[in-house]
Design a protein around this ligand. Structure first.
Ligand SMILES: Cc1ncc(C[n+]2csc(CCOP(=O)(O)OP(=O)(O)O)c2C)c(N)n1
Ligand SMILES: [Mg+2]
Length: 280
């Protein structure tokens, strides 16, 4: 299985800007969706797909040896679609069909309709359990593919996540890596106001995981964290990626509690795209 690897940080930074551009344009065109959720995950998926981490082949999306990426925070679908288009699973122009009738780019990812989507998600809390299924299957099959799961931070208030975490730790699933998008906001309020999660790395460690916290917008730190994860033996790994909800667009960054699930208004779009400054 090939890896799209570029060691060139400025090329990765250019890709990240393009993904942000696609996220804003597709959600504003749809008049709905979750740009702020999607913008916070951009550097993680950029390094995952283009920094030589994930092994995949868009022309063989079901290849048994491919690595798996499950976006458990399914409302981040515009971010997933942006990276899948950039990776060549479908034409970039199709991104503008987001949430339109008949489009496979549904509001939440549907694995039955779009190649590259590994799991149908949107009901929060389920992706880690699905990832464990893949990780256990790899072990049974004697295959070396790895499974990556991304959750939101509000999402991990769901009890199922901790049952899954306990299971993965008890089975020593070192072929499984969880990334928590720690943007400190959820739908209605700040995570700390709804259900504080700290100390998060210690919680995972108590469940027999290896865990570390990083700046989730630093391409260097994200790449180093994935390298670290691949070197861990006998335990699953949890990367707590500190991020900013709406990263890259000042309108969203300035009032993160207000913009969950809201597209950038048409009249604000040009300014947002200018701030992102993508070289298309
Ligand atoms: C089981 C379930 N409960 C509630 C929701 C509604 N919901 C959608 S997004 C969201 C907040 C998620 O916050 P977080 O996980 O922090 O994601 P972020 O958007 O901040 O990345 C909620 C409660 C849902 N999709 N699924
Ligand atoms: Mg959050």
């Amino acid at each position: 299985m090939p890896q799209a690897r570029t060691e060139n940080r400025s090329e990765l930074a250019r890709i990240a800007k393009r993904l942000r551009h696609y996220i804003v344009r597709s959600t504003t065109a749809a008049g709905s969706g979750h740009p702020s959720t999607s913008l916070s995950m951009v550097e993680v998926v950029t390094v995952l797909y283009f920094g030589g981490v994930l092994r995949y082949e868009p022309l063989q999306p079901h290849h048994p040896e491919r690595d798996r990426f499950i976006l458990s925070k399914g409302h981040g679908a515009p971010g997933l679609y942006a990276v899948l288009a950039e990776a060549g699973y479908f034409p970039v122009e199709d991104l503008m069909t987001l949430r339109k009738m008949g489009s496979p780019l549904e509001g939440h990812p549907n694995m039955r309709r779009l190649a590259g989507v590994e799991a149908s998600t949107g009901s929060l809390g389920q992706g880690l359990s699905m990832g464990i299924g893949h990780a256990l299957a790899a072990r049974l099959d004697g295959s070396d593919y790895r499974t990556y799961v991304m959750t939101g931070d509000g999402e991990i208030e769901q009890g199922q996540v901790w049952e899954a975490a306990m299971h993965a730790g008890n089975h020593g699933l070192d072929n499984l890596t969880l990334i928590v998008d720690r943007n400190r906001h959820q739908q209605t309020d700040a995570v700390d106001k709804v259900q504080p999660l700290d100390p998060l790395t210690a919680k995972f460690e108590a469940f027999n995981w290896a865990s570390r916290e990083i700046d989730g917008h630093s391409l260097e730190e994200v790449a180093a964290a994935f390298d670290w994860a691949r070197g861990i033996e006998g335990r699953p790994q949890a990367i707590i990626a500190r991020t900013v909800k709406g990263k890259g667009v000042s309108l969203l960054e300035a009032a993160q509690e207000k913009w969950h699930g809201k597209p950038i208004p048409v009249e604000e779009e040009a300014k947002a795209l200018q701030e992102i400054g993508a070289d298309l």
